[in-house]
Design a protein around this ligand. Structure first.
Ligand code: HEM
Length: 420
């Protein structure tokens, strides 16, 4: 016992709140449910061994204090959560690694996200934005309606990830399916059906990447996979090829599903706040802060899980070592104690760091790429499709960590005037 804390029981989470978050209505608008959790207390219990945390300060503490770690393979295996199956192996990557291995793997993977590497990829991103928006344009002209997610929001970030990693462009549709199907791998409350699909997709995707790595090992190119293969040896420790494949499988999903959600959310946000959209279209210099505000308001990653390595307290609640804690990023980003008028999207909000990209050593590795993608995409979307609006409800997969869209029907018929 190295922390002298008085044990205090957390109040229970509102009844069935996780189930309700996973329901169709909860997926569509989880924010009233996060407020329901907040009103029960800053730290509430979910079952006997897990806690849900909604406050900004508390979530920041959990993400940055070094006594907190991600639930790794050892923690999961002790609770019967990881099998020896391939999907568990695929997930032995950054979000499931703790120091010192985490730091080594992170250095290995940071190459494509340096400022210089990103500036090199910017022209490619710009071209891909134009191509995908041309396709949306053609589809809307032809049919009057299009699925924004299939045509643009998922297809574009997948294409960018394929370019960065050196995955063949003719395989983009296949990679998009893998990206979507593996999204449930990181879900703490995945249904058995989702797990079956995710496991199968992870196994297939891993085999696909292994074959490409073998090919690049035989005939190296200038792509990232070839570069990583020449660095298979990292420090004194060997990075086996199947682990490299696992990192690639995770990177594609982490990069594509999150950015896809950001793009589809932007369409919904611009529709809900047409005044904000018009203001942004006229103030390109405000784009960086608008991207931060969009990701604060409705973040693609809603939740991050951690366990304390020794007993501790959060907001006065005693947390035994090894307790699974859900830091609800999406709730923290709307904590009224940190963000005044938190439910309103306001591109002119004074800048204040949100937790949309996490914090601490697991801070999103791809955040600079996500910002670059958004900075290239959003102004073009506003310029070329000023009357784009949703033309039916979005569909989403159930999930607490990721806000994954399946479809978002759009058209560009003039929309009714709203008052915001
Ligand atoms: C809007 C877009 C994005 C959002 C909102 C987002 C959000 C996040 C968050 C919240 C975390 C931390 C999770 C935790 O602490 O448990 C994270 C980690 C990560 N993200 Fe992102 N992400 C985005 C885009 C990307 C992109 C484009 C890539 C890569 C191409 C990427 C790769 C990663 C990786 C590898 C990690 C794990 C880092 C680590 O554990 O050290 N993300 N992301």
């Amino acid at each position: 016992m190295d922390t002298a804390t008085a044990p205090s029981a957390a109040p229970p989470a509102p009844r069935g709140v996780i189930r309700r978050l996973q329901s169709r209505q909860g997926r569509e608008d989880p924010f009233p449910l996060f407020e329901e959790i907040r009103s029960a207390g800053p730290v509430v219990s979910h079952g006997p061994h897990a806690l849900l945390v909604t406050g900004y300060t508390e979530c920041l503490q959990i993400l940055t204090d070094r006594i907190w770690q991600v639930p790794d393979h050892k923690w999961r295996a002790a609770r019967g959560l990881d099998t020896d199956g391939l999907s568990a192996k695929v997930l032995i990557t950054l979000p499931r690694l703790n120091p010192p291995l985490h730091g080594r793997m992170r250095r290995l993977q940071s190459g494509p996200f340096t400022p210089a590497a990103l500036e090199r990829i910017r022209p490619t991103v710009r071209t891909l934005v134009r191509i995908h928006l041309d396709q949306l344009d053609a589809e809307l002209t032809r049919y009057g309606q299009a699925d924004f997610v299939g045509k643009v929001a998922r297809a574009l970030p997948v294409a960018v990830m394929c370019e960065i990693l050196g995955l063949p462009s003719e395989d983009r549709a296949l990679v998009a399916r893998y990206s979507l199907d593996t999204a449930a791998l990181t879900e703490p409350f995945a249904t058995p059906a989702q797990t079956v699909v995710a496991d199968a997709a992870a196994a297939e995707f891993h085999t696909y990447v292994m074959a490409l790595l073998d090919e690049r090992a035989r005939t190296p190119g200038t792509d990232l996979m070839s570069q990583w293969l020449t660095h298979e040896r990292l420090g004194t420790e060997r990075v086996p090829r199947d682990e490299l494949a696992a990192h690639i499988v995770f990177l594609v999903g982490a990069g594509a599903e999150t950015t896809s959600s950001l793009f589809a959310t932007a369409v919904q946000a611009f529709e809900q706040y047409p005044g904000q959209a018009r203001w942004l279209a006229a103030h390109s210099e405000a784009l960086p802060q608008a991207i931060e505000e969009l990701t604060r308001w409705d973040p693609s990653v809603q939740n991050a899980v951690r366990v304390p390595t020794r007993e501790t307290t959060v907001a006065g609640t005693h947390v035994p070592a090894g307790t699974l804690v859900h830091a609800l990023i999406a709730a923290a980003n709307r904590d009224p104690a940190h963000f005044p008028d938190p439910h309103t999207l306001d591109f002119r909000r004074p800048p204040r760091r949100s937790l949309a990209f996490g914090a601490g050593i697991h801070y999103c590795l791809g955040a600079p790429l996500a910002r670059l993608n958004a900075a290239e995409f959003l102004p073009e979307l506003l310029r070329r499709f000023p009357t784009l609006h949703t033309d039916g409800p979005a569909t989403r997969t159930p999930g607490l960590n990721l806000r994954t869209f399946l479809t978002l029907p759009v058209s560009r018929r003039p929309r009714p005037v709203l008052t915001h």
